[in-house]
Design a protein around this ligand. Structure first.
Ligand SMILES: NC(=O)c1ccc[n+]([C@@H]2O[C@H](COP(=O)([O-])OP(=O)(O)OC[C@H]3O[C@@H](n4cnc5c(N)ncnc54)[C@H](OP(=O)(O)O)[C@@H]3O)[C@@H](O)[C@H]2O)c1
Length: 249
């Protein structure tokens, strides 16, 4: 990647969108020494800037880009899934933000970058490095798949963890206590997956081929909350596929 200087302390950046990520990103870029204004909300007057960084929902990107075009030399977004149709470059921090995080949340995380031109991509790369993130390239054609991976890794993990919390509650272990007790199991599973991948890390009744235990688990899930039974079945099917790979190794 070309890393010729493109960002300077005098480069002006307007953050558009004061939601979950906009406020954190404004704090972090400001702390990194860049001339940042915002985050600006809907209808706010945007000053003339070098870069308008859109932190708006994906569906609002065309409208926000059109509004910023007369005020900014370059327009960028922070979306993972949206292509570059309405912007010059993109930087997608591979992290989940609720808005309360400190600026160091960007340190060491990945940041997917893309640009219409080498100069645009260069700015995206330098923004990522300025935040302390690790830039990597994702082409427009691959963005939806890349973002689906992020959804599996964050949003869907939460869905599964929420199911675990509900089932623990059905066994009398409720709320914070359940989360505290389950967290070491979750952390070790993630550590094992990170170092060795899913096939090597899989344990439990499906990996052992223990159909009796699986059937008793399924009945308990169905009794606790029938709405979770189809999720159990889908996950069991996907987990059996991993177990088959494990058996074949
Ligand atoms: N949150 C994350 O973890 C995360 C991580 C990586 C990337 N991203 C990306 O960041 C972008 C924003 O996500 P988010 O989670 O921060 O969304 P969000 O919390 O819903 O915030 C979006 C903000 O944009 C504002 N907005 C909407 N249209 C606007 C416009 N035309 N001009 C100015 N502001 C406008 C919204 O204001 P109103 O409330 O008035 O509509 C809201 O404050 C998305 O592209 C997302 O993919 C998010």
């Amino acid at each position: 990647m070309n890393s010729a200087p493109a960002l300077a302390p005098e480069t002006t950046i307007a953050i558009i969108g004061a939601g979950h990520i906009g406020s954190v990103l404004a704090r972090a870029l400001r702390q990194a020494g860049l001339a940042v204004s915002g985050p600006y909300g809907r209808g706010d007057a945007i000053p003339a800037v070098d870069i308008a960084l859109l932190c708006v929902p994906d569906t609002a990107i065309p409208e926000a880009a059109a509004a910023a075009r007369t005020r900014a030399t370059r327009i960028a977004h922070v979306s993972g899934a949206t292509p570059l149709d309405d912007v010059d470059f993109s930087i997608h921090p591979l992290q989940t933000f609720t808005g309360a995080e400190s600026p160091d949340i960007f340190h060491g995380i990945g940041a997917a970058i893309a640009g219409r031109s080498p100069a645009d991509k260069n700015i995206a790369e330098q923004l990522a490095r300025t935040l302390g993130a690790r830039p990597f390239e994702v082409d427009d054609a691959d963005r939806a798949g890349y973002h689906a991976a992020a959804s599996f890794a964050s949003n869907f993990v939460l869905t599964v963890l929420d199911a675990a919390e509900q089932l623990a509650a059905s066994a009398g272990i409720k709320g914070e206590e359940a989360r505290d007790l389950l967290t070491p199991l979750i952390s070790r599973t993630v550590d094992n997956w990170q170092s060795s991948g899913a096939t090597a890390s899989l344990t439990g009744p499906i990996a052992r081929g223990d159909e009796g235990t699986i059937a008793r688990q399924r009945a308990a899930v169905d009794e606790a909350d029938p709405a979770l039974t189809s999720l159990f079945d889908e996950l069991a099917t996907a987990t059996r596929a991993i177990a088959r790979q494990k058996a074949a190794v």
